[in-house]
Design a protein around this ligand. Structure first.
Ligand code: NAD
Length: 321
């Protein structure tokens, strides 16, 4: 059985092993390939098993590669695969529903704590001689912020949203949450579930954890920002298109939003003309919340387990339309 990994580099830049897949077939790993259909078709060739993270597998690709029996997505989100086409052709598609919840929640606080303390900036200033020059026993270049007593608004109270809430409570914060799923809403202590408008009105910090759907695209825009507290902080580790980036830039310039931190942007890698690159008071990281080695190892192990289960005729984590 021929297994091809189309874009293995971000999952395994060299600190993990592909041996789990190697044991299951004849493995070819590409670090990355061009994502146009012609190139994807060429690289898949007659493979039966395709492993992809962000390389799109369209109907056209499936038509041109009739050997494909299984597509394993090395991620939670599987929008890169045409699931309807796969289902019609009897191709099994799997994903890894959970591997990085704690890592993403931790990263939300890495971003938030950087906004609160600017530790990297102050360390660099000290190394550049600034402490000595200022003459006082301490100095700071930004307002320093204490999180205890602040209100954290969480939009999307699924796995990551709930993990973020636990950390927020540990920091002494109040938590407001909004989710469209009713059963999520009723089962949590210490969390106040509110309408989206109340969350906007009362949160000092807003953290986004809902998936990107047509209904959530652009949820943070000029209108919703106008409903927020003056000086609100916005953190986005979910998907870039949840935010209308031009509107966030305007709000950062006016100070309506005092600070923002985003791990995801509308088009990745970021384009030169992305408005956030020239916005003030924003931290932008290159989609790394998921990527500690521990999370990637969990992702690799789960993806291998998915393929093993498929080979044993009892597929797990199958995604459907
Ligand atoms: P999840 O499915 O467990 O939770 C998502 C929650 O959002 C669900 O409770 C759902 O009901 C809710 N939701 C759906 N539509 C909503 C809406 N319109 N308004 C409010 N809530 C809504 O997913 P998760 O594991 O918590 O992951 C959340 C998101 O985080 C993913 O969709 C993905 O985009 C993102 N993510 C980012 C990284 C990264 O590296 N930056 C890594 C993993 C996941």
């Amino acid at each position: 059985m021929k297994i091809v990994v189309l874009d293995g580099y971000t999952e395994n830049p060299g600190d993990l092993s592909w041996e789990g897949f190697e044991k299951l077939g004849n493995l070819v790993v590409y670090d990355r390939i061009p994502t146009d259909a012609t190139s994807v078709i060429k690289h898949i060739g007659d493979a039966n098993i395709v492993i992809t993270n962000k390389t799109p597998i369209s109907r056209e690709v499936m038509n041109a590669c009739p050997g494909i029996r299984y597509i394993g997505v090395l991620a939670t989100g599987y929008n890169v695969v045409d699931i309807a086409a796969a289902q019609e052709k009897g191709i099994i598609v799997t994903n890894v529903p959970e591997y990085g919840t704690q890592a993403v929640a931790q990263f939300v606080f890495a971003l938030l704590l950087e906004i609160c303390h600017h530790a990297a900036h102050h360390s660099n200033a000290v190394k550049n001689g600034e402490w000595k020059r200022r003459g006082d026993f301490c100095f700071w270049d930004y307002p320093l912020i204490e999180l205890a007593g602040k209100t954290m608004g969480i939009i999307g109270f699924g796995r990551i949203g709930q993990a973020v809430a636990k950390l927020a409570i540990a920091f002494g914060m109040k938590v407001l949450a909004y989710d469209t799923k009713q059963d999520v809403i009723h089962n949590h202590e210490n969390i106040q579930f509110v309408s989206l408008d109340d969350l906007y009105k009362n949160s000092d910090i807003i953290s986004l954890h809902c998936p990107l759907f047509p209904s959530t695209q652009g949820i943070i825009n000029k209108k919703s920002i106008a409903k927020m507290k003056d000086g609100v902080i916005i953190v986005n580790t979910s998907r870039g298109l949840l935010i209308v980036e031009e509107d966030l830039k305007d709000a950062l310039i006016s100070g309506k939003v005092s600070y923002a931190a985003v791990d995801v942007v509308s088009k990745e890698p970021i384009e030169e003309e992305n408005p956030l690159l020239s916005a003030p008071n924003i931290i932008i990281t290159p989609h790394i919340a998921w990527a500690p080695k521990e999370s990637r190892k969990r992702l690799m192990d789960m993806a291998v387990a998915n393929l093993e289960a498929f080979i044993n005729n009892s597929p797990i984590n199958v995604v459907k339309v």
